[in-house]
Design a protein around this ligand. Structure first.
Ligand code: NDP
Ligand code: MN
Length: 389
């Protein structure tokens, strides 16, 4: 049997935050957010207002850091146990939404440890205590519709993608006013993250007709809108917010591949934002995978109207188009050019490659890979060499 899972309701468009009024009838909402961006934009206050007007008591947990830690998750779970919300509302980028998802697990199951929930698709049933509402403020991770939560273990420097359809939110609110406050660099990085989700989903081993349709549409819309969104075009910014969500619907079900495996392991060690890691890695990963799924990449290129007669030419065109997009977004195409010293890279390359092979995303990659080949792909992405093996 195959399964395709999404949130039950998605509210979208300018001012969609108002739709939080559908929570009327619930008693207590606990709101989770990052640093100050949601307060600065007035979105946090509006969230509280709408919930209060709908008759809910609210409490706030702020200060969730980018790339949230296990410690933050445990702190938030404790706060949930004290306030006892029946609705969890996460507003912000992927980081606060992911952190709140993980907190939710430990709220419902206080006796569980982080170790207990690491194995993908083995989570216990949630929703005994609360439902989950996600309001994304960046246009990239699509955590508002996905079965994932990425939590960092800073003691080992490893990012763990927790995965289970249990943590797919119940309600997603895509208020297209919120991403308007993103600075250009964040817009670029999160946008390429979304493109990587869609492209990896389109070739992943768990792909389906459902995910293919969503992934292709997302890829087309991202190519059409990301550069304009980066330059501040309002309409394009709104289109990107929807497109990244389509990509999320695809990859939540089709899973990802080794661009994400490597991004998860290089992000924390090299101190490069998640989306930027993907922007660097994606062309090299396509070259590596094309040995087994060139026709799929060619289909993407054809959908985008890129030049080429053969699958090989079309795949090369796709790689070229991605590098061109990165250039327009002012993202350098190698780790070296992004300021990672050769010393740091060499010190960690073996561990990164080994841990990336063990990352759950590797299981869905179309072409199998071992430690040595992973290290080679990483080397190509560090120095900017074409992957030819
Ligand atoms: P973050 O949530 O980490 O936020 C990055 C920064 O952007 C923060 O400083 C935040 O500020 C700021 N910010 C967020 N929204 C706005 C806005 N509208 N205007 C101005 N500033 C804003 O960024 P991402 O969304 O890129 O999330 C990245 C994380 O998500 C990584 O840990 C990654 O591994 C994970 N991820 C999760 C996936 C999933 O399926 N769950 C998929 C892919 C990645 P402030 O803190 O002040 O709000
Ligand atoms: Mn991602």
């Amino acid at each position: 049997m195959s399964r395709f899972t999404l949130p039950r309701d998605i509210y979208y468009g300018p001012g969609a935050l108002e739709e939080l009024k559908v929570l009327q009838g619930h008693k207590k909402a606990m709101i989770f957010t990052g640093g100050s961006s949601m307060k600065r934009g007035g979105f946090l206050q509006k969230t509280e207002e709408v919930l209060k007007a709908a008759g809910l008591e609210t409490a706030l947990f702020e200060g969730i850091e980018p790339d949230p830690s296990i410690e933050t998750v445990m702190k938030g779970a404790q706060a949930m146990r004290e306030f006892e919300p029946d609705v969890i509302v996460a507003i912000g980028g992927g980081s606060p939404i992911d952190a709140a998802k993980a907190m939710w697990i430990f709220y419902e199951y206080p006796e569980k440890t982080f170790e207990d929930i690491k194995t993908p698709f083995t989570m216990p049933k949630l929703r005994n205590k609360a439902i989950f509402v996600a309001i994304p403020s960046t246009s990239g991770t699509a955590s508002e519709v996905t079965a994932f939560s990425v939590i960092t273990d800073y003691s080992s420097g490893i990012k763990y993608p927790l995965a289970d359809f249990e943590i797919t939110p119940d309600i997603a609110v895509l208020d297209t006013d919120i991403p308007l406050t993103m600075p250009p660099k964040l817009t670029a990085h999160t946008g390429i993250d979304a493109l990587t989700h869609a492209i990896e989903a389109y070739v992943a081993t768990a792909r389906s007709d459902f995910s293919d349709a969503l992934a292709l549409k997302a890829i087309g819309d991202i190519f059409d809108n990301l550069v304009d969104s980066y330059h501040g075009d309002k309409e394009a910014r709104g289109k990107m917010h929807i497109a990244q969500c389509l990509a999320g619907m695809a990859f939540s079900n089709a899973l990802l591949g080794i661009a994400h495996s490597l991004a998860h392991k290089t992000g924390a060690v090299f101190h490069i934002p998640h989306g930027c890691c993907n922007a660097i890695l994606l062309p090299y990963v396509i070259q590596y995978n094309s040995r087994v799924c060139m026709a799929r990449y060619a289909a993407i290129a054809r959908y985008l109207g890129l030049p080429g007669g053969t699958d090989k030419q079309l795949t090369d065109s796709l790689v070229k188009a991605i590098c061109g997009l990165n250039k327009e977004l002012n993202i350098e195409q190698t780790y070296a050019a992004n300021g990672v010293s050769e010393e740091l890279y060499k010190e960690h390359a073996d561990a990164i490659a080994h841990n990336a092979v063990l990352d759950p995303c590797t299981l869905a990659n179309p072409r199998p890979i071992d430690d040595a080949a992973m290290k080679e792909v990483l080397a190509c992405a560090y120095y900017g060499k074409r992957v030819t093996f």
